[in-house]
Write a protein that binds this ligand. Structure first.
Ligand SMILES: [Zn+2]
Length: 409
């Protein structure tokens, strides 16, 4: 490229720079794209169920709220990650459990069907060794994880069925307590003081099969008990640091040190509500509430209504600056964790398509900014290799090694 053309390109990049987070320069972008990058919490499978939504086509946050698809993975240099089978906590009745089980099973099948539609561009992954092989073939790496063990009902043998469909990570609880564990955010407070007897069985069964145990969303005592019980390292797939923002979803320094001592990893979340306290603004909140009433559940809306809702919401946020958390607030959690436990025990799990995203990094096309910020903070390419993918693959390898080997017949 000639100098003039290069200058013009740089100026275009410079003019689109966000004030909150500088765009990565060419060298950083090249370095970023050369890394094997995995995010441990992609809620994208919820989009797989949307009528007409195509994982292989480019979407945008402004048109349909989505943050991840194959074209944006290529643009943002995201090689893959753990695609989540998420279940909201519902009633713990026989009918509620069966409905959750069937919905989660269908979601796992839907992940497989979606990936099967793009054989040249994406591939299901089952072992740590799969990731570099799939990345080298130029395809997206698709692991599966479960957020909230509620769909396992009270029958722990269901975990093996999900394992056979490809499940390689399981989190015990979500916003509310369930039959496995206490949540960090249940307004009723603890029910089990950590894991229930069934929750302890979940940990041993995950260990036996070779599934990573995830403590994100669960209470602090659940993390303690998982660390004490698990024979393999434990993960926090999308969490933050209590030292930066004191929220029940975040984890204190002593526990992060214990997680690291056991070989585990915290993957840093970009979910605004857990990054910093919200600046109160009753006028903005009333406007957002009125919008919510007008449109209802976005998941049930036709595409044109979703686009209108996104536009109206964006207009409200623009009217009240400071409503969104910043890239710097996300970075504060990442840098604190790195300083505390070191680059062998930190990674990225930003909660894309699940509420993650900050001003200046609103979908995965902004990921190179993280690489740029870490280089600025003095981290090396070797550190970045671990942070972006190496650490979770190390945990996965350890989990595989600790699993029961199938007995020879
Ligand atoms: Zn979550």
């Amino acid at each position: 490229m000639g100098y003039r053309l290069l200058l013009a390109a740089v100026m275009v990049v410079a003019s689109t720079k966000s004030l909150a987070a500088p765009a990565a320069d060419r060298a950083t972008l090249a370095l970023h794209k050369g890394l094997l990058t995995l995010d441990t919490h992609l809620d994208t499978p919820a989009s797989f169920a949307r009528p007409g939504w195509d994982f292989g086509a480019r979407h945008s946050l402004d048109s349909d709220f989505s943050q991840v698809d194959l074209p944006r993975m290529a643009k943002g240099g995201l090689d893959g990650g753990f695609f989540v089978i998420y279940t909201a906590q519902g009633p713990r009745t026989p009918a509620g459990l069966i409905a959750a089980r069937d919905a989660a099973w269908y979601r796992a099948v839907q992940i497989r069907e979606t990936i099967a539609r793009h054989p040249a561009r994406a591939e299901l992954a089952f072992t740590a060794a799969d990731a570099p092989r799939i990345a080298a073939a130029g395809r997206a790496i698709v692991y599966q994880s479960m957020e909230n063990a509620y769909p396992l009902t009270t029958d722990i043998s269901l975990l093996e069925g999900f394992y056979k469909l490809g499940l390689r990570m399981v989190g015990a609880a979500h916003f509310l307590n369930n039959d496995f564990a206490d949540s960090s955010t249940d307004p009723k407070g603890p029910e089990w003081n950590g894991l229930s007897p069934l929750g302890h069985k979940l940990v041993s069964e995950a260990n036996r099969l070779g599934i990573i145990v995830d403590a994100s969303h669960s209470s602090d005592l659940v993390l303690d008990q998982m660390l004490a019980q698990s024979r393999a390292p434990v993960i926090l797939s999308h969490s933050g640091c209590k030292a930066i923002y004191d929220h029940p979803r975040n984890v204190d320094d002593a526990r992060l040190l214990a997680l690291a001592a056991k070989g585990g990893v915290i993957k840093i979340n970009a979910y605004g509500g857990y990054l910093a306290a919200e600046v109160p603004n009753p006028e903005r909140d009333a406007a957002l509430k009125a919008l919510g009433h007008k449109y209802g559940n976005p998941g049930l809306l036709p595409p044109e209504k979703v686009a209108a809702l996104v536009k109206a919401r964006r207009a409200i946020l623009n009217r009240f600056p400071g409503s969104e958390r910043s890239f710097e607030q996300f970075l504060a959690h990442l840098l604190h964790a790195l300083k505390l436990v070191g680059p062998d025990h930190v990674g990225i799990g930003a909660d894309w398509d699940g509420g993650g995203g900050v001003a200046g990094m609103q979908d995965i096309t902004g990921l190179p900014k993280i690489t740029a910020a870490l280089l600025d903070a003095g981290y090396s390419e070797a550190d970045l290799t671990k942070i972006w993918g190496g650490n979770v693959l190390r945990v996965m390898t350890a989990v595989e090694a600790a699993a029961d080997k199938p007995s020879a017949q």
